[in-house]
Ligand binder design. Structure first.
Ligand code: ADP
Ligand code: MG
Length: 718
């Protein structure tokens, strides 16, 4: 032990020398000077004292005051100065991959590249001498799975806590449990705008620090939309592309240099606006404008392009969703355009149906969006909505835990070996509705991840190792077992990114026709597999771009699918479900019936029956009655579907309930692959599926099913 301590001590001395050497270098001095100009720096001593005296500290301050980049460094520096550097390990969580990566990059450059690293899913830079790690909240949660006490971690900083994502709320419950067991561990919660009292009382009256608003280093101008005459025709349902185009054009022609960041509602808006702008004489001219998009389902290498500086004389315009709303600094952004909307998921627990609708953002989000400009130089923000609309915005967004289905969360709770899910969730900052929790548990039982007593099954344990929706994980597991992994990887990756089949407004028919040439078997999922395989072939001849253009496919989505497939394969290897031998795990990859069955296995109980009438057919689910297909589904173009069932990936309530991405299956596939295949819970599934079959009046099949499943069960058990 003494020898260990001596090594630590020597290492700490080394760290201190390294730190001094950097601070004395010309570059280091310049950085330090800049850092000292930030409001957070003036509070350095107060912050460090508070952290040393309290186990939990809550820190708030204006956007751009230096919380994210400075506070982790204060802690690191003070540990190094007090010669405990080698023993300190600070984790700072970010809500998203892009912020974890970009913030760590910035902090590393402020520190002469010493001791700073990042980790996001399957990607990261982390070494033995990393003492400050930026990671996504999900990564810390996964670490908690294997290391309940966070051994060796000295400080946990949870940034942007106001976003109230599901993971952050989950993390807080777990850490709150942990604090008494690790009295020396420090927890720091940070945000620009936060309901500090709520968090403080959750942690038994934790210390709150506010970084006073200093004069902003950079000036700031704001325009409400009513100040511009062109906005008199403002229409709340249509975030005017014309208006955005007009403003962008005006900025390009008349304003000083500087990048523009446009906050849009979602991916569909971004791609339609991008198409529109590309045909504009100025905005679409690459020698004048660099037009970039940034949204959650893009590969991270592509997201990172938004930080690059354009060539001299070229103006960068970034069309982004709210993933760029917090934490990040894009150096050259001077102008922000905020449409005031975002796609928000909500959840109707009563009907067990998720909804996804564009809705107005909260005041907090508006402030964050504005805060992306004027960080490094004077900035301007155009709010594309009138003041009276802003006044009506909610103060905060409803926390995610209260507005999304809870299946993945419940599975994670179980993997922490916590006994009762409902008891655990009752200790959340704001607990979800009981019905929502029950629905999630019920779902996990139906898919065979939990047994009757809410314990993880073998399948459930594998699913906890695959960070994705349980149904997608389930498909991968079975794809690996049945050796048809290649197409299943494509299906699962395809369901994890934005729909790769594009439907531009003005070419809807052409686009739908293009999609239907990939379909032969009443399956959107198989159509995707074909489209992807075609793209891969075209890529080999360097014609991938043309191929996508001709077939109305998104190049970005194709690339994202490509990289996700690799990620998922690695995850399966890590879980011990496949070895690297791709020939074996693809022995049956050409068997379309098998692939269809595996898809059914994953998507069940997402099931609707096909009811034929004279000229066409209609669809019915047990919970919703009549449902419709999205018009871009290959099945929506058919007048007849020669199968009795459709399994679907997602149903969303907009005005009616719509099914997205479906695959037709036969009775026998449903009988054998609907529900779980784990031991012992057959009876539950008999009841469930029996209910379905009775509901749709197919008693004969129900009987056949019972025999078949019993036989199958015996087979599995032996
Ligand atoms: P906060 O978290 O309080 O919003 P940050 O710590 O992210 O603030 O950033 C503080 C300041 O540091 C910014 O206002 C900006 O001036 C500077 N900064 C941060 N990131 C970068 C970067 N990548 N490049 C240049 N300056 C940056
Ligand atoms: Mg920040």
């Amino acid at each position: 032990k003494a020898a260990m301590e001596k090594i630590l001590w020597q290492r700490s001395l080394q760290l201190r020398d390294q730190q001094h050497a950097w601070q004395d270098s010309p570059e280091g001095r310049k950085m330090l000077e800049f850092r000292k100009s930030l409001p957070a720096y003036k509070e350095k001593d107060a912050i460090l004292t508070a952290i040393s005296q309290n186990q939990v500290v809550i820190i708030s301050g204006e956007t751009g005051c230096g919380k994210t980049t400075q506070i982790p460094q204060f802690i690191l520096e003070s540990e190094i100065e007090s010669v405990q550097g080698a023993g300190c390990s600070i984790i700072c969580t970010q809500p998203r991959r892009i912020s974890a990566m970009s913030v760590s990059e910035r902090v590393a450059s402020e520190r002469g590249r010493n001791w700073v690293g990042y980790k996001v899913r399957l990607e990261g830079i982390k070494g033995r001498d990393t003492h400050l790690l930026f990671c996504t909240t999900g990564i810390l949660l996964r670490r908690l799975l294997v290391d309940r006490n966070l051994k060796g971690i000295t400080h946990v900083i949870v940034d942007e806590i106001h976003e109230r994502g599901m993971n952050e709320d989950f993390l807080l419950i777990v850490i709150k449990d942990l604090l008494p067991r690790r009295p020396e561990l420090r927890l720091i919660l940070m945000s620009a705008t936060l309901d500090a009292e709520l968090f403080s009382s959750y942690f038994g009256g934790a210390r709150i620090l506010r970084i006073p608003e200093a004069l902003r280093a950079a000036d700031f101008k704001e325009y409400g939309s009513q100040t511009r005459e062109s906005l008199s025709c403002w229409n709340p349902d249509c975030i005017g592309f014309n208006l955005i185009e007009y403003l962008l054009c005006n900025i390009c022609e008349n304003e000083r240099p500087g990048a523009v960041l446009v906050f849009m509602t979602g991916w569909d808006d971004i791609s339609s606006l991008k198409d529109k702008l590309l045909s504009h004489p100025i905005l679409g001219d690459p020698s004048q404008v660099l037009l970039l998009a940034c949204h959650g389902s893009m590969a991270s290498s592509e997201q990172r392009l938004i930080f690059d500086e354009p060539k001299d004389g070229v103006r960068k315009i970034v069309l982004a969703t709210n993933i760029t709303e917090t934490s990040i600094t894009i150096n050259d952004v001077v102008f922000v355009l905020d449409c005031g909307k975002a796609k928000e998921t909500s959840y109707d627990a009563l009907n067990n149906t998720p909804c996804l609708l564009p809705s107005w953002i909260s005041k907090v989000s508006a402030q964050q969006r504005r805060g992306r400009a004027g960080r490094v130089q004077p900035g301007e923000c155009y709010h594309l909505y009138p003041r009276c609309v802003y006044e009506a915005f909610a103060e905060y967004q409803l926390p995610e835990i209260l507005r999304t289905p809870l299946q993945s969360l419940c599975l994670q709770i179980k993997s922490l070996k916590l006994r009762s899910i409902s008891e655990f969730l009752s200790r959340a900052l704001q607990s979800p509705e009981l019905l929502a929790v029950q629905n999630a548990i019920e779902y996990l039982k139906i898919i065979g991840a939990l047994d009757e007593n809410e314990n993880l099954t073998v399948l459930g344990r594998y699913l906890t190792m695959l960070p994705m929706e349980p149904k997608l994980g389930k498909m991968l597991v079975l794809g690996a077992i049945f050796n048809c992994l290649d197409p299943i990887l494509t299906v699962v990756a395809g369901l994890s990114v934005r729909d790769p089949f594009l439907t531009p407004m003005d070419k809807k028919d052409l686009a739908e026709a293009a999609k239907s040439q990939f379909s032969r078997d009443y399956s959107d999922h198989l159509a995707l597999v074909r489209a992807y395989e075609g793209w891969k072939d075209a890529e080999r001849d360097f014609a991938g771009y043309d191929y996508c253009w001709k077939n109305f496919l998104s190049v970005q989505s194709m690339k994202a699918i490509d990289s996700l497939r690799k990620e998922f394969f690695t995850l399966l290897k890590d879980a011990g479900l496949v070895d690297s031998n791709t020939t074996i795990c693809n022995a049956w990859s050409h068997e379309e019936h098998l692939i269809r069955s595996v898809i059914c296995y994953g998507l069940y109980p997402g099931l609707s029956s096909v009811v034929h009438n004279e000229k066409s057919f209609s669809l019915k689910t047990m919970e919703d009655g009549q449902v419709l297909l999205y018009s871009n589904s290959v099945n929506a173009r058919e007048s007849k579907i020669p199968y009795p069932w459709l399994v679907f990936n997602e149903k969303i309530k907009v005005n009616a309930v719509f099914l997205r991405d479906s695959t037709a299956v036969s009775d026998s596939v449903l009988l054998l692959f609907g529900g779980s295949m784990s031991k012992g819970d057959i009876d539950g599934h008999l009841k469930m599926l029996g209910g379905y079959l009775e509901f749709f009046m197919k008693p004969a099949i129900a009987e056949m099913y019972q025999t078949l499943r019993r036989e199958l069960d015996e087979l599995i058990q032996t």
